[in-house]
Design a binder for this molecule. Sequence first.
Ligand SMILES: [Zn+2]
Ligand SMILES: [Zn+2]
Length: 129
Amino acid sequence: MNAVASHQCSECTFVANKESIFVAREQRKKAARKPICIGKFTMPGWSGHSRFYLFKCYCDAIVVDYPHGYTSGGHIYFSCEECEASLVILDRDIYNKEGIAMPPGFFKTLWGILKLRFNLNRKIGINHN
Ligand SMILES: [Zn+2]
Ligand SMILES: [Zn+2]
């Protein structure tokens, strides 16, 4: 063992890795496009903790992840390991919880997340005009 002390506090749960985060089967079944917070966790080598969220990706994988920062537009995002998409977070509640200012002027959407890769593909797509 090396001497790197892991973060520990009364608010969070220590897990060895993301896969170790327990999500009850009922909770997995209820996972939707809108991410829900499943608690605060910390991992080996982290100096603090993060809120983790559960949601269903556009590829229908059930994802457990914490918000990563930042996209070029200043948004935070989740990653799906299944389809390797970065999912931009557009849910104002999450920004509020994380204490991050939400960038203005982004698309209005019913879904809290948007497939970043799809978005990028469109930007670089051939323009038929
Ligand atoms: Zn903590
Ligand atoms: Zn996915």
